[in-house]
Design a protein around this ligand. Structure first.
Ligand SMILES: CC(C)(COP(=O)(O)OP(=O)(O)OC[C@H]1O[C@@H](n2cnc3c(N)ncnc32)[C@H](O)[C@@H]1OP(=O)(O)O)[C@@H](O)C(=O)NCCC(=O)NCCS
Length: 149
């Protein structure tokens, strides 16, 4: 995994913000090297959405398809459920990202939305795909506490 200094600083800033918010941030290490990371943060800042988190997961290209992503996500899902969050949302930058979509589906996420052609990059319209996983009791019971509240 190599990053420019600016990217590394931005990653560090985002990571600190997630730590400050009490969200989980996990790093996988294989043979002494960072192989990937997974984190969760607020889906929306408004209080009504405090029980929903958006996840991010990334595995180094040389370490993919060896179970690292699954291990990270299973820990992240457990950590978020333990904190009382009720829904996890994966937002995939384009419907052509079939690997990310298949990966989340293997972990139990269901596709719950597809915004058509909301982005445009390198001469191509981009969809945004939403996948969702209920955490703990999901929406079957009202919340007993608001995480971080
Ligand atoms: C998506 C990503 C996180 C998967 O990580 P990974 O370590 O390669 O995945 P794993 O080896 O743990 O695979 C877990 C499951 O997903 C499935 N899967 C992983 N990559 C897949 C692919 N390219 N196509 C189909 N299924 C795939 C595996 O078959 C596996 O299923 P199983 O455990 O039931 O056998 C990784 O490819 C990645 O970082 N991609 C770039 C960044 C990205 O797209 N992030 C997601 C946006 S939030």
């Amino acid at each position: 995994m190599s990053l420019s200094r600016q990217s590394a600083q931005e990653m560090a800033r985002r990571r600190s913000a997630l730590f400050d918010g009490g969200y989980p941030y996990l790093v996988a290490e294989v043979d002494g090297h960072v192989a990937g990371y997974a984190c969760a943060g607020a889906y929306k800042a408004r209080p009504a959405y405090a029980l929903a988190v958006e996840n991010t997961v990334y595995v180094d290209t040389g370490r993919q398809r060896r179970g690292v992503g699954r291990a990270l996500m299973e820990q992240l899902i457990s950590a978020c459920a333990a904190r009382g969050y009720r829904q996890m949302i994966a937002i995939i930058g384009d419907s052509s990202h079939v690997a990310s979509i298949a990966f989340h589906q293997r972990l139990g996420f269901a596709i719950t939305g597809n915004l058509k052609s909301v982005g445009y990059k390198q001469g191509k319209w981009l969809d945004t795909v939403f996948l969702q996983l209920p955490l703990g009791p999901g929406d079957t019971t009202p919340p007993d506490k608001i995480p971080g509240g």
